[in-house]
Design a protein around this ligand. Structure first.
Ligand code: GNR
Ligand code: NI
Length: 186
């Protein structure tokens, strides 16, 4: 079990487009397992590789409630090949936008194709929270956050709030490497 650091917005690494994986090899399967550990620990219902600094088209999701048996899904190169005309609104949150929640509209049902952790092609029809989370995670693969689906006024408020929090937490943390260097040169 390994826990990865989750990148918090605003950060240029969350705005980049991730590249497809050639095949799901051992290293990819290990990354998927580590991403699931990180997601459960957070806790969250989904996680995309760019959120842990890996620009590859890999996502993990588990829509099970806390009182249900876990239902982890690991996906590489996910592609939506059908989505319903009907849209639904859902109050979204994101581990990269901590403690911020806003309603987002998305297609209610989707069909998605992907490679599983054994490199096998799979197809899945999803609705409800699962459909929401898969679409939210796939957005991360194209550098899109849920705040990109809401008004620029609300987006600006959220990003300014997070910038402020980042500045405060940076001011509290000493810069270890710089400190060592200045001591060495003294
Ligand atoms: O944990 C998460 N909860 C959530 C709730 C509503 C819509 C989407 C999500 S995904 C989020 C985890 C996350 O940020 N994944 O990228
Ligand atoms: Ni997210």
């Amino acid at each position: 079990m390994a826990l990865l650091d989750i990148i918090v917005a605003p950060d240029p690494r969350l705005k980049k487009k991730a590249v497809s994986v050639e095949s799901v090899d051992k290293a990819t399967a290990k990354l998927m397992a580590d991403m699931l550990d990180t997601m459960y620990e957070a806790p969250g219902v989904g996680l995309a590789a760019p959120q842990v600094g890996v620009l590859k088209r890999i996502i993990v999701v588990d829509p099970a409630q806390e009182d249900e048996k876990p239902r982890p899904l690991k996906m590489a190169n996910p592609e939506i090949f059908w989505s319903s005309e009907e849209v639904k609104e859902y109050e979204e949150g994101c581990l990269s936008l901590p403690e911020e929640y806003e309603p987002v509209q998305r297609p209610d049902r989707i069909k998605v194709r992907y490679l599983d952790e054994k490199n096998q092609p799979q197809e899945l029809e999803a609705d409800g929270i699962l459909a929401v989370v898969i679409q939210h995670e796939m957005d991360h693969l194209d550098g899109v956050l849920f705040v990109d689906h809401i008004s620029s006024l609300k987006r600006g408020m959220i990003l300014r709030r997070l910038t402020k929090i980042k500045k405060l937490s940076k001011a509290q943390k000493p810069k270890a490497t710089l400190k060592r260097r200045s001591l060495a040169s003294a």
